[in-house]
Design a protein around this ligand. Structure first.
Ligand code: UT7
Length: 323
């Protein structure tokens, strides 16, 4: 028998306010056509005043618990992947823990920017495989609207807010690629590229700061690194591209998503795409896409899924799992 971390619940939360591309034409030298053509984004959700990363994370977590038919007291650990925690500390995860009414176990944040959910899934998998937790809530949640420079057309039209959650549970598999749950992970980072995507604030400046990105430079790294990490993770899992039912990529740019799928030899019919509706929600984008893909009826029990993401750091990685 081989211990596996299987998905037993999924859920998401999107703020009510939807902002179409045209909205930016009022204040910036940009247009709907440019944003759609260069990024694939058509609209995004923005959090309301008073709505926070932790409140959205808790809403998504409640949906995942409901889906699994469990309560927060049944959970051993909460990991929140985010770069936009409500406060410098405590972690968003402990705030979620309190909001869910969970008084046992432990909670912490993982910060790997847009790759955060992949890093969090890998950490949750390690906690389960090492016997430190039986059930782990893994949440990706972001309020990137709070770190946008609204005068910078090259960034502020790209990002959105939201949250998604998976509930993982320890399960005894057979040790083959037919097992349900996480089959392999691959994590990478290279801090030499820190200036390509960063926030120019933090404890060293005493400000929250704004997101700064050399988008075309990040783009140059993206397709190659995403295809390489996904390939490595598939090799580790003992599966081939032809076995994959769904690629659920980080949703930053439709051209990156298409380029990576092409490199992996997979048609777009096998890719869950939500970037048009959500924009780039950083660490929230993969769990949002998993939840929406499940809701749409695309992702079904037994499907083989490859998730991959890259973001600030640079940090990137992939997870292969069977739903
Ligand atoms: O999630 C974390 C990882 N992040 C990413 O994966 C993002 C990766 N990068 C991208 O998605 C793309 O690079 C962008 C969508 C950000 C930009 O697309 P691009 O094809 O790389 O365009 P570019 O940055 O090379 O800019 C092309 C032109 C520039 O004008 P000039 O210098 O050619 O005259 C920009 O000033 O487009 C201009 N531009 C805009 N024009 C209209 C930049 N932003 C806008 C805008 N509206 N909003």
């Amino acid at each position: 028998m081989t211990l596996r971390a299987a998905v037993i619940g999924v859920g998401h939360y999107l703020p009510e306010r939807v902002v179409p591309n045209a909205e930016f034409e009022k204040t910036l030298d940009t247009n709907d056509e440019w944003i759609r053509a260069r990024s694939g984004i058509e609209r995004r959700h923005f959090a309301a005043e008073g709505e926070t990363t932790s409140s959205m994370a808790a809403a998504a977590a409640n949906k995942a618990l409901e889906h699994a038919g469990l309560t927060a007291q049944d959970v051993d650990a909460i990991i929140v992947a985010t770069s936009t925690a409500d406060l410098t500390f405590p972690s968003a995860a402990t705030m979620v823990q309190a909001e869910l009414g969970m008084t046992t176990g432990f909670a912490f944040d993982v910060q790997a920017v847009c790759a955060g959910f992949v890093f969090a899934l890998s950490n949750a998998n390690a906690l389960i495989l090492s016997g430190q937790a039986k059930r782990v809530l893994v949440i990706g949640a972001e309020t990137f609207s709070r770190i946008m420079d609204w005068t910078d057309r090259s960034t502020c039209v790209l990002f959105g807010d939201g949250a998604g959650a998976l509930l993982l549970e320890a399960y005894d598999g057979k040790g083959t690629s037919q097992d349900r749950g996480i089959l392999s992970t691959d994590l990478n980072s290279d801090g030499r590229h820190k200036d390509l995507l960063y926030v120019d604030g933090g404890v060293s400046t005493g400000t929250t700061g704004y997101l700064r990105m050399q988008g075309n430079q990040v783009f140059r790294h993206a397709v190659e690194k995403l295809a390489a990490t996904a390939t490595k993770a598939m090799e580790r899992a003992g599966v081939e591209s032809s076995d994959v039912d769904w690629v659920v990529p980080h949703q930053a740019n439709i051209r990156i998503i298409q380029g990576t799928a092409r490199k992996l030899g997979l048609p777009m019919e096998n890719v869950v795409v939500t970037v048009q509706d959500h924009g780039n929600t950083s660490a929230a984008s993969i769990p949002l896409a998993l939840s929406v893909g499940h809701e749409r009826g695309q992702i079904k029990d037994g499907d083989l899924i490859v998730t991959e993401a890259i973001g600030g750091g640079l940090a990137w990685g992939a997870v292969v799992l069977r739903w």
